[in-house]
Each structure stands twice: as C-alpha cells, then as structure tokens.
Design a protein. Structure first.
Length: 124
C-alpha cells in the first residue's frame, strides 16, 4: 500500500460523487422521499439514527467480512453513508437554517453549540 497523490484523490472523489448521486437517484425512484417524514417526526435525532444504523452495519461488516472479497457490499454501504449525509444536509438547510449558503453565512460556533445541544438533549 502507498499514499495517494492529491490529483488522484480529487479524480477518484469526483468518480465516487457521481456514483453516489446515481445510486441516490435510483433509490429515490424506488423508495421515494420517506426520509423526510422520518426527519420531520424525529428531527435531528432522526438524522443521527439513520447514520447510526449505517455505521452499526459497518461495524458488523468489518467483524465478519473480507473487504477485498466483499468489495461491492462495502462500497455500497459507504455510498449510502455519503448519500444520507447529503440528504440530511439538504433537509437541515431547508428546515433549520433557511436559505443557508456557506459563502454568505458560514456556520459559527454558536450554531454548532445549538445543533450539538439539541442532539445531546435526546437519547437513542
């Protein structure tokens, strides 16, 4: 194994982003947007729970599977995590932060504390 140069990281990141977007679009057609109902009902806890389930699957996977032999299953779970994060950011920006833009309104420590405290005040 060796380190990856920055150009290859950027190129591969773009490929991964395209794969993740393709999968998100496919799953959206298959499953709809039920995640929104879940997040509306449970708020930030719903977002946290979705990611918790994906990472729990990664824990189970790493304990029992071979990452080389089971490449597809491992990649699919990582791509799902990417897509969950993207959907959650879209949902949070729309429902909590309004027309948020990193350029016009960078998140500050006060916002991070508010988000963090609302997560900390709930339990799984």
């Amino acid at each position: 194994m060796s380190k990856i140069n920055i150009e290859e990281i950027e190129e591969t990141s773009h490929i991964i982003e395209e794969e993740a977007s393709r999968i998100r679009i496919e799953k959206s057609g298959k499953y709809g947007d039920g995640f929104q109902d879940f997040y509306l009902k449970f708020g930030l806890l719903g977002c946290q729970t979705d990611l918790y389930r994906k990472f729990a699957r990664m824990d189970a996977f790493s304990a029992t599977n071979d990452p080389i032999k089971d490449k597809t299953a491992l990649e699919n779970n990582y791509l799902d995590i990417i897509n969950y994060c993207k959907l959650q950011l879209v949902w949070l920006r729309h429902n909590y932060w309004g027309n948020f833009s990193w350029e016009s309104d960078p998140i500050d420590q006060k916002d991070l504390k508010m988000i963090s405290s609302s997560i900390d005040n709930r339990s799984l």
